[in-house]
Every structure is written in C-alpha cells, then in structure tokens.
Write a protein that binds this ligand. Sequence first.
Ligand SMILES: *Cc1c(COP(=O)(O)O)cnc(C)c1O
Length: 357
Amino acid sequence: MSQFWSDHVHALEPYVPGEQPKENILIKLNTNEHAYGPSPRALEAIQIETTGDLRLYPAPGSDILVRAIASTQGVVADQVFVGNSSDEVLAHIFNGLLRRGDQPLWLPDITYSFYKTYCRFYDIEPHYVALNHKFEIDPADYVRAQQEGAGGIIFANPNAPTGHCLSLESIKEILQANPEIPVVVDEAYIDFGGASAASLLEQHPNLIVTRTFSKGYALAGLRVGYALASPEMIMGLQRIKDSFNSYPLDRLAQVGAAAAIADTDYYQKVNQQVIDNREYLHKALEKLNYEVLPSKANFVFARPLDQEAKTVFLELRKQGILVRYFEQPRIDQYLRITVGTREQCEALVKALQKVTI
Ligand SMILES: *Cc1c(COP(=O)(O)O)cnc(C)c1O
C-alpha cells in the first residue's frame, strides 16, 4: 500500500506464477515448461542475430515471423497478431475485444487464472460457468451466453489445469450459438495432441485462437505468443499494440520464433516424446492409486486417493521435486504435474512411492 498508488493499482489482484526456485530443486515440474530443448535451428538463428545490428530497432510488425506463422497455420498474414508472450496478446484481447461496458465475460470456474487477473485489470465482470462433474467444459453451458448478455467467452483448450480437450464439434457448437460476441480459445497446449480450432476461422468470424511458443516450442524464455483471427479483429489488436508498445518483440525473439515454427520435424519428434511420457506417467500414477484425468497437454492433473494432495506436494518438495498445488475450492485435492523427460517421470514415480509408504 502506498499513498502514491492510483486507485487502479490498489484494486489489482496480480497473477502469481508458479515458483522459479533458486536452490534445492532437482526436478522442476511446476510450470509446464517443455521437457526437451528448443529446435537447434532456433538457437542458431538467435546466435546469428546477436552478431547483427542490435543497435537498430526491430521490425515493429515482426513481418518475417508473421509470415512464417501464417504459412504454417494455413492463414493469411492479416489474420496473425504477435506479441511478447501469449499473456500479452491475451491482455490486448481483453482490453480491445472483451471489454464491452457492463457485459460480463463468460469463462469456466476452473481455468487459467490469469483471465481473472485481466478481468480485474480491465474492469470486466467475470461470469463463472462451473466445469461439469468430470471437470470438463460442457458446450451446452455456453450456448445461451450471447442471448443472456455476455460480452464474450474465453476458455483454454486443452484446459488448464485439467488437461481436458474439447472436440472441434463442441467448439463449433459454442461459436454457432454466439455469432455476435468474441469467443477466445487459448491453445497454449494444443501441440500435445489436441485438434486446433484454427480450421474453424474461415467459417466463424467471431473466433480468436491464441497460441504460445512457451509450451509446445520449448521457448518460454523467449516470450513469444500470437493470435489468429479475422483481419478486422487483428487490426483492432494492432491499434492497441501501437498505442502501447510498437516494438513488443525484440530482434532475437523474432528470428528465434520464426526458425522454430519452420522446424516442424523437430517439434513433431520431441512433442511425441512428451506425449509418450505423459501416457507412461498416467499409468504409473494410476498404479499408485491416483485418479488421473485424461490429458492432451504436457501435464497431468491427478488426485492421490490415499493421501492429502498438499502433504504429497510438501513431501515431494522436501525430496527436491517441485509440482504445482492450488489451494483453491474444487481442486485442492489435486496436483498438476508437468510431464518431464522419461528419467524425470521415473524419478517422480520413485519419490511418490516413498511418500506413499
Ligand atoms: C502458459 C500459458 C499461457 C501463457 O503463455 P506465455 O506465452 O508464456 O505467456 C497462456 N495460457 C495458458 C492456458 C497457459 O497455460
């Protein structure tokens, strides 16, 4: 608290990211970073760029990166908006597309918690829709949103922290029922086996898909995200960007992300490894008497049936393994565990066996 803060700052509830520990953690499975490293081509492109002209401002529209994204995602460049992380892209979407007077934003009660933070930041009223008893988004719960006065809809697909992925049919149902309000599908985890809604863009001008290089492209440290939408929505986001920061992506980020997205063979290989490790971890946890939700992300959401989740979280921490625990209604008996390398998954399972005894 400070007398120098504006009322706006007093009212904020900042997002609390998963811990980035300084010491004593041997295995870090708490913030869904990729188990394997980024494409060597991305690293090479960044290295070459460091010998380039960092004295000069970068391209304000990140044109080369935008074209690389457009060509791999099957859209035109006018349908792509890039930003310094998908969190920043989401912030501009909240500000520019979802802030509609006193019309509430519809979103799941259990989802990425940054949405709540942005509602507060941009003075948008959240309207929470409960996940069903299987912890899934039920499209039937969203078909009356527009009719009931919603200003927009947002959810993550696959959802976080549950890992559940909606089918394209279900997303289509939500889009069709709400043609006049923006529907944002946050695809941060789409590279681990889910089907992308990008194929629905042509038929549904109310759809916005957001993506990040942090998860499926193993570049969380580079901070690059993007949105795919109709040219008119993209133009709206560009107006926000150019009223806020004209150069959100530095030169290293632009070339690194462009090289990464072009290296499809590499990412297919490492993301398949993550998927295989996820299936291994899922089965191993079930053997340890955990309830494990089916996941299409690079994490699993699991509930120990014989112990308190918080106890397991603290015991693992003592053993140098960090997972994510949310002290929050409905999910305080679950752990969200990032899928690591096979060796990390095996070490985790061993540590859990010790906790269980
Ligand atoms: C990690 C994550 C993001 C943020 O990604 P950044 O590009 O690193 O900001 C957005 N949405 C969801 C659901 C995420 O899990």
